[in-house]
Design a protein around this ligand. Structure first.
Ligand SMILES: *[C@@H]1O[C@H](CO)[C@@H](O)[C@H](O)[C@H]1NC(C)=O
Ligand SMILES: *[C@@H]1O[C@H](CO)[C@@H](O)[C@H](O)[C@H]1NC(C)=O
Ligand SMILES: *[C@@H]1O[C@H](CO)[C@@H](O)[C@H](O)[C@H]1NC(C)=O
Length: 438
């Protein structure tokens, strides 16, 4: 029954999408069966310079080259929408930026450097951010920002500064902590785009960061309390050699080397720990490990059997970012399908327990990041493969930030068919405890 419902929902999305594609774009455009709102849409990115003279000077000098800017990450904290832009090419004025949501409600807003222009100077190791991908705001009002320190992409990459974790106090915009990864934490292939932040039962100091090394095939753990990092290896971090071929945005290309990428953390389970879900980018599979293992440095060398293999998502299952909300609902970007999928973690991880919650063949080409904030699902799409493999068409809309209430997104899908129940203080479902909590 759930499956039938899910198919019907997909059909609705497909039909509505055709209609939406013919309609007007811009603020208020809706896609799919759920009201997917196009909040922001850009043909090309621009920045709020102190004045137009300085902007023109930056363009004239090459310090600002708008066609080189591609947004890759988002985060939402109160009235700030953060947008990260890597320095893959020259002329990116700032890598960490925000849009003030209280005053900017739609359109193609110019970006504002966060926390300042001075703290976004490339190659200013220790004082400026060079390249930032995905970022995370925690419930303790801290923004976790991994500066990978690189300028360029692929064979043009220069490591201008060491990999450095920066944690900002969002209430004061001051840097709370800066931690350089140890040389042993990285290797010559290291490329880290994603981080996950694990807050335990012990409050704000009981925090760990997990950083996935996509091309160096490792997981780096940072303990806030110990102010210390270490590196883990597992063969589950490797790409699946059969899953390296992609067809996205009308392009065929091969990303065969892409290993461990998107990660998400479950709610805290009965044993006091979360589960980290993760997947290599070139793979249709999800894996899982308890944070009990990750948090214990002594287990770094001896944890092979503590990692779990989950069933495959099925064909067209490549996924970039993923997120899990406080109810154990996971959302994951399905880049082959121009879509975002969901899985209710009270049910076993299986294609029959997953559904597409948003899909649009024009507006959602390459969903790069996904977040849940106060019951709202945020999706950023950026046509990244077209940018990297070909060239973007700058008379067309290329970058979008879309939202849909989680409740509407999952309505009528298998992700919505298990009423939440609470036993004591613990989350449970019709099948009892979630599988990761048994
Ligand atoms: C770098 O890679 C690009 C395409 O990926 C290729 O065209 C170029 O020749 C390469 N340059 C060098 C110096 O290897
Ligand atoms: C954390 O460790 C680094 C050295 O790795 C040091 O420079 C820094 O001051 C330490 N921070 C705190 C808060 O202890
Ligand atoms: C670029 O996008 C515009 C607007 O969608 C479209 O009219 C035009 O045909 C596109 N150009 C190419 C070369 O695809």
């Amino acid at each position: 029954m759930a499956k039938v419902k899910c198919l019907a929902a997909l059909l609705l999305i497909a039909l509505a999408s055709t209609e939406a594609a013919l309609g007007p774009r811009g603020y208020g455009t809706r896609f799919g069966s759920a009201p997917l709102l196009e909040r922001f849409a850009w043909r090309i990115l621009d920045w709020n310079y102190p004045n137009e003279v300085s902007r023109q000077q930056a363009i004239a000098s090459g310090d600002f080259q708008p066609e080189n800017a591609l947004p890759v990450g988002i985060e939402i904290w109160r009235d700030k929408l953060f947008v990260s832009v890597p320095r893959w090419k020259n002329g990116i004025p700032a890598t960490l930026n925000y849009i003030p949501l209280n005053s900017v409600r739609g359109g193609a807003p110019k970006l504002n450097p966060y926390p300042s222009w001075a703290q976004n100077v490339a190659g200013a190791c220790g004082s400026g951010l060079t390249t930032v991908y995905r970022i995370h705001a925690d419930v303790c009002d801290r923004l976790w920002v991994l500066d990978v320190g690189t300028i360029g992409i692929g064979n043009t990459t220069v490591q201008a500064c060491p990999y450095t974790l920066n944690v900002f106090d969002l209430t004061t915009d001051k840097l709370l902590r800066q931690y350089r990864l140890r040389p042993e934490d990285v290797n010559q292939n290291t490329f880290i785009a994603n981080i996950a932040i694990d807050l335990g039962k012990g409050g704000c100091d009981d925090a760990f960061a997990y950083m996935s090394d996509e091309l160096g095939y490792g997981l780096i753990v940072y303990s806030w309390q110990l102010n210390k990092s270490w590196r883990l290896y597992h063969s589950y971090f490797m790409p699946d050699p059969l899953a390296g071929d992609y067809n996205i945005g009308g392009l065929n290309f091969q990303w065969g080397e892409e290993g461990i990428f998107g990660m998400s953390l479950s709610p805290i389970a009965l044993d006091g720990f979360r589960t980290l879900f993760f997947h290599p980018l070139s793979s249709n599979r999800e894996f899982a490990v308890s944070t009990r293992i990750l948090r214990d440095e002594s287990r770094a060398e001896d944890s092979w059997h503590d990692f779990q293999v989950l069933p495959e998502r099925g064909p067209l299952g490549h996924s970039t970012a993923e997120v899990m909300d406080d109810n154990g609902l996971q959302f994951f970007n399905l880049v082959d399908q121009n879509a975002v999928g969901c899985w209710n973690s009270l049910l076993p991880y299986a294609p029959s327990n997953q559904a597409v919650v948003a899909r649009h063949d024009e507006a959602m080409i390459f969903p790069a990041d996904v977040k849940v904030n106060r019951g709202l699902l945020w999706i950023m799409t950026d046509r990244m493969p077209v940018f990297l493999v070909s060239t973007l068409n700058y008379t067309d809309v290329n970058f979008r930030i879309l939202t849909v209430p989680v409740r509407d997104a999952i309505a009528g899908t298998v992700c919505d068919n298990s009423p939440w129940t609470y036993t004591g203080n613990q989350l449970g479902g019709p099948y009892g405890q979630p599988w990761w909590d048994r």
